[in-house]
Design a protein. Structure first.
Length: 289
DNA sequence: ATAAGCCCCTGTGGGC
DNA sequence: TGCCCACAGGGGCTTA
């Protein structure tokens, strides 16, 4: 399941294959899933960036200097099972041909998407348009996060919305909440709780990027690099995919629950649900001004 | 406007 | 042992 660490690893690994190259063709079916790709034909890739879980190929006219601002972008979302490959396979959905050769987009479950858009024109991609700050950048500020967390609903769905911070998916939400000792369904985080979560997200994301992401199991969701290399962060997972195994911190068996349609792993001892204090509501008489 | 729910898609694993 | 169905999940869309 590519989340920020896996997408960032992908970006770093395929940038040397693509930067400076001319796109000769992008071949696929399902044009509604891979939109306006013909606009990229004949363009030069000046570089690759990433925003949350979205990969962005910068496209310039072939005669332009490579340090000029790009005017088109090829946006790629890997979805749940998407990834690039050096060789064609059973689940090849898109074939990207450059003057250096082929790169194949493999995506068994077809949740991945691509679109060519004018640079920064994200109106057709609401999540990207409303994307929160990058967790490893200075734009991600603890005081903003703490303030917004105080008024938020259940913390895990809130994180998954991409609005408080970008790039956190199911694995890293569970891992960050475990580190911060916060129940996934906790609402209205206190300042100490939100501060712990802020630091946990930064730590987990930094460690996961350094490990090359997580590669889980042998199923279709198993994330790999284009050359078959795997990430190693799964060895650091404390709760994700460890239902019934013992919490590394306190030894209690890890539990799994469903929250917002997502499998959610947590330690019931380390991450107790703090019951909302109702006294305020009683004191206010139950009606809001 | 915001939040919650449904849906897409298909390989896999668990249950019977 | 073999078969079948529920599950996995990000994000876009619809609904309340």
């Amino acid at each position: 399941m590519p989340e920020l660490p896996e997408v960032e690893t992908t970006r770093r690994k395929i940038e040397p294959l693509l930067a400076g190259r001319i796109i000769l063709n992008i071949a696929h079916d399902a044009p509604q899933r891979y939109r306006d790709t013909a606009l990229a034909h004949g363009r030069r890739i000046s570089g690759l960036s990433r925003r949350g879980k979205y990969l962005i190929l910068h496209l310039i006219p072939p005669e332009a200097r490579s340090d000029e601002p790009h005017d088109l972008e090829l946006i790629v979302h890997l979805g749940m099972t998407g990834g690039f490959r050096l060789e064609e396979g059973l689940h090849t959905r898109v074939t990207l041909t450059t003057d250096a050769g082929h790169l194949y987009f493999n995506d068994p479950r077809r949740f991945g998407k691509m679109a060519v858009v004018p640079a920064g024109a994200y109106g057709g991609m609401p999540t990207l348009a409303a994307m929160g700050p990058e967790p490893l950048s200075d734009d991600f500020r603890e005081e903003d996060f703490v303030r917004r967390a105080a008024g938020a609903g259940a913390v895990k769905p809130w994180l998954l919305s991409q609005k408080p911070v970008s790039g956190v998916g199911n694995i890293y939400a569970d891992e960050s909440l475990w580190r911060a000792r916060i129940h996934p369904a906790q609402t209205n985080l206190s300042a100490p709780e939100a501060g712990r979560l802020y630091r946990a997200i930064r730590e987990v994301m930094a460690e996961a990027v350094a490990a090359g992401g997580s590669s889980l199991g042998d199923g279709p969701g198993n994330y790999r690099q284009h050359d078959g290399a795997v990430g190693f962060f799964q060895g650091q997972h404390a709760v994700y995919g460890r239902t019934g195994q013992l919490c590394p911190r306190c030894g209690t068996p890890i539990q799994k629950m469903v929250l917002s349609q997502r499998g959610t792993h947590f330690c019931p001892a380390c991450q107790p649900l703090r019951v909302e204090d109702n006294r305020h509501r009683h004191a206010e008489g139950g009606s809001h001004a």
